[in-house]
Structures are given as structure tokens and as C-alpha cells.
Design a protein around this ligand. Sequence first.
Ligand code: C2E
Ligand code: MG
Ligand code: MG
Ligand code: MG
Length: 286
Amino acid sequence: VAKNGGRNQYQLFQPQLKTNADNYMTLVSGLSSALGRGELQLHFQPQIDLPAGGVYGAEALLRWHSPELGAVPPDVFIPVAEANGLIVPIGRWVLEEAIKQAKHWVDRGCQEFVVSVNLSAIQLRDAELAEQVAGLLDRYGLPSHNLCLEITESTAIADVETSYQICKALGEMGVKLAIDDFGTGYSSLAVLGRFPFDFIKIDRSLVRDIATNKKDLAVIRSVVALARDLGLQVVAEGVETAEQHEMLRGLGCHEGQGYLYGRPMSRDDMDAYLQRKGCCGQLGTA
Ligand code: C2E
Ligand code: MG
Ligand code: MG
Ligand code: MG
């Protein structure tokens, strides 16, 4: 292989390149028709109130089943959607679906249920976002405190002034705000103090080894202390074991999310989950 150097490398590499480019083009063209063809779906992952033990709310997580590519993970297609502007109509659809669904659960007696939606940096650059959210809350009759918007620091700082104004407007409306993936290096203390957050979501990379890694444990302990001083609640992501659950509860984390409590599931499965487990502050049968 090495002997004919350049030529062989070219021949070996070229099909690979072409495949990647083809895949990318399939991704882009597939994604642009995904909404219209009904290939997008929201799944919901339960969030548990750690002191009380009930279901506090759920995070909406986008799923795409492409006929050509199969199930494409959001870590793959969201960046593509962000790069070509498709995230705008997709993000609007996600917000509407999540609000519609939140209203359904509130009406079924989960009055305090909070549905969390991930926002992209592109959405936080659109000065009309707060109005758009207000319009959707109004149209579906959902109280603003039943909605939480999750943003990462990289999202917030893409255009600090605009995103700050949007977050401020959303906060004043009563919509909850969370800083997502805290502790991954994309989040910092500066943004924490400046933006009107209600929740810090500790990234699952910090939660994973708490049973064995004293340093990760110390970091989480100080995040909880900081959150208390700032008047914020702490959500731990990626809780997979009963041991992690006990430790996080003992440390004073307010909410937990992870496979231990439930994987992201369809809204029908979430309905059944809530029937089984009840929800925090539920009226009637629990
Ligand atoms: P995220 O917002 O940090 O969401 C949490 C991710 O962790 C989800 O991955 C969830 O399935 C996964 N997860 C939850 N519990 C566990 C656990 O116990 N163990 C492990 N190993 N993983 C767990 P998912 O659904 O693949 O989403 C990945 C990312 O894609 C999200 O990270 C978010 O940044 C982005 N995303 C998803 N839906 C949307 C959306 O509607 N809009 C935007 N802008 N981004 C989205
Ligand atoms: Mg999130
Ligand atoms: Mg996260
Ligand atoms: Mg993440």
C-alpha cells in the first residue's frame, strides 16, 4: 500500500470522502423535508423531585427517524440544522409540541408539571423569541411556570446582549430558565451570575463517577452550595444507579434525571409513566 504512495492513498481515501459528503447531503436534504413528512418526534424524559420522590417534570428531547438513514441522534442532526437555518422552523415546532403536551399533563392533574425545552443559540439570537413563546403559551393556555427553557453557555454567549435581553423577557414572563450541561467547560460562573437562571443542570460527566471520584463529588457539593447562595435549584443529569441517586439526594440536589428513573419515551409512554408514578402536586388520584 505504501509503495505507490500518493496514488493509492488517493484511491483509498476518495470513496470515504465521497461517502461522507453523500451522507451529509442525505442528512441535509432529509432534514429539510423531515418536518413536513412527520419524521420528527418529541420524546420526554422524567425529572424526579429528589427530596419528595415524585415526578417533577420532563425534558423534551427531539427524535428524527429518517427513512433513508434510520434513527439519527440529535447530537448529529441538531448541528446540521443549526448550520443551515433549519433549526428555526424545527425549534419553533419543538416549542409548540412541548407546550401542547405540557398543557395536556397540566390538565390531567399535574398542575406543577414543568416541561423543559432545549434552545439552540440560533433561536436565542432571534429578538422575537420571547414574543413567540408568549404567543404559544397564550394559544394553548399553558401557565408560564409550567415551561422551562434550557440553554448552554455557548448558546448564551453567541450574542450575549441579545440572548440576555431575551432571557430577561422570558424570566419576567414567568418562564423558567436552566443552564444546561453545567461543568462541561461550556458553562462558567460569569454567565451564572448574569443570566436570570432558575436551575443549574449538572452534566452527566460529573455525575458518572461520584461514587468513586472524590473530586467530582467535591465539585458537585460546591455547585450545590453556590446554587443555594444564588437562589437556584440543582438538577443532576445522567443518574443511572441507586447509589448515585442516594448520594445526590444527600448532597442536596433538588432534581434528578437519568436512566434510573426513566429513559426518554414517547408521550404515550410518559402518560402511562405518570399514571403509575403520579406527579408532584397532583390533584385527584395519585
Ligand atoms: P441534553 O439537553 O443535555 O439532554 C440530555 C441527554 O442525555 C439526552 O440525550 C438524554 O437522552 C441523555 N441522557 C439522559 N439520561 C441519561 C443517562 O442516565 N445516561 C446517559 N448515558 N445519557 C442520558 P439526547 O436525547 O441524545 O440529546 C442530546 C442533546 O441533543 C441534548 O443534550 C441537547 O443538547 C440536544 N437536543 C435534543 N433535543 C433538542 C431540541 O429539541 N432542540 C435543541 N436545540 N437541542 C436538542
Ligand atoms: Mg437539555
Ligand atoms: Mg444536559
Ligand atoms: Mg447535552
